[in-house]
Unconditional design. Structure first.
Length: 366
């Protein structure tokens, strides 16, 4: 492999449906032994990218798919790639039969397949389920079987098309952790497509943000998730409050997460009233929604709407009436980075805010 980088990638990849360009990726490489998350909203082109990488697209595709640095053919890719889809497909028979079926499909004898699959069955905790009828499994169990089947093949390339999206949060967290552990040290190049930044954080060293068929940002996951480059990527990453200079009196557009944006409910809530203090903006209270674990408060400002999130239940008596003039305090915000990435990232720890301000935010999903 001298001079060629092991893994999968593409060069000048473009996908069209009729005249519409669905995807344009000038260059992408996922090295053997590493995981890339492709994070994007619905319709961004994530599945289009996976299908194109497997040369399985039904659309017009141009450019090169590279396997270990060389242009790949469909048959080379068929041998190299295993895909796990959003909905697990279980064949008739037991869990054990399903796990070995990927190897059997590739011509491995039943005996050899059992020997090779067993460490993966153990690693993914499927031991107690091996004798079960695979069609009687819950969706979480079936997805675990589907991932184990893929890993047992020892694929050079593993494509994961939102396999965790139908799972409850505990099942998803457990499976993500087990998969990450299982992939560690393996020579597999893995691509996870997802719309969930928490999955990217849990599984992938690197993340690419895909919006409208183009990669807007690409780099180490923690860095990409915490440094939105523009309003679209900020929204994708949970920085849904946009604070232009006209609103804050500052010099850069800032973005903030709802959980770092709160109504000033009492004077003791902090010194948020200095002139031009970017931690404080004014607006009109539009509505409040009790979410159980938090109270959401929407505020209209001269530059659009802001969402505030207060932990726990805020009593109605503590909240000003709808239509009141209110002040909103921004406890942490980021400057949108520019293309040259030299613009300073502005982080604003609020008074008494002891949270770390670097690194990805492990905030709750709203
Ligand atoms: N035959 C087609 N003609 C026109 N547009 C198409 C066609 N097939 C797909 N598209 C469009 O391509 C875009 C990308 O679709 P794709 O399924 O790759 O997105 P995605 O990021 O995987 O979305 P999701 O998260 O919703 O699955 C979408 O806007 C979709 O409407």
């Amino acid at each position: 492999m001298s001079g060629l980088s092991a893994g999968i990638g593409c060069r000048g990849l473009r996908v069209h449906a009729g005249r519409r360009e669905l995807l344009s990726v000038p260059e992408l490489h996922v090295a053997a032994g590493s995981t890339l998350a492709v994070l994007g909203p619905n319709g961004a082109g994530k599945s289009t990218l996976l299908r194109a990488l497997g040369l399985l697209s039904s659309h017009r595709v141009s450019g090169e798919i590279l396997l270990d640095g060389r242009p790949a053919t469909r048959s080379l890719l068929r041998d190299a790639i295993v895909a796990v889809l959003q909905r697990p497909i279980m064949r008739r028979g037991t869990v054990a039969a399903n796990v070995i079926s990927g190897l059997r499909f590739r011509g491995v004898s039943r005996r050899e397949a059992r020997i090779r699959a067993w460490p993966w069955i153990e690693a993914l905790g499927l031991g107690p389920l091996v004798g079960r009828d695979a069609r009687s499994l819950s969706i979480g169990e079936a997805q675990r079987v589907s991932i184990t089947r893929a890993l047992a093949v020892g694929p050079r390339v593993l494509l994961l098309d939102e396999p965790f999206s139908g799972l409850d949060s505990t099942t998803r967290a457990d499976l993500l952790a087990d998969l990450r552990a299982a992939l560690t040290g393996q020579p597999t190049a893995t691509i996870l497509v997802t719309h969930d930044r928490h999955e990217a954080l849990a599984l992938a060293e690197d993340t690419a943000l895909l919006i409208d068929g183009r990669i807007r940002q690409h780099g180490p996951t923690a860095e990409v998730l915490d440094r939105p480059g523009d309003a679209d990527t900020a929204r994708l990453l949970g920085y849904t409050n946009l604070l232009p200079p006209a609103l804050t009196g500052g010099t850069h557009t800032l973005v903030a997460r709802p959980e770092h944006t709160q109504l000033v409910l009492a004077p003791s809530d902090g010194p948020a009233d200095q002139a031009h203090d970017v931690r404080s903006v004014t607006g009109t209270l539009r509505r409040t929604v009790a979410l159980g674990v938090a109270t959401r408060v929407d505020v209209d400002t001269s530059a659009g709407s802001l969402t505030c999130l207060h932990p726990g239940d805020v009593l109605a008596t503590e909240l000003p009436p709808i239509g009141s003039d209110v002040r909103v305090r921004i406890r942490q915000a980021r400057s949108l980075i520019t293309a040259d990435r030299d613009e300073p990232t502005e982080t604003l720890p609020g008074p008494g805010d002891r949270q770390g301000t670097r690194g990805p935010a492990f905030d709750s999903e709203l």
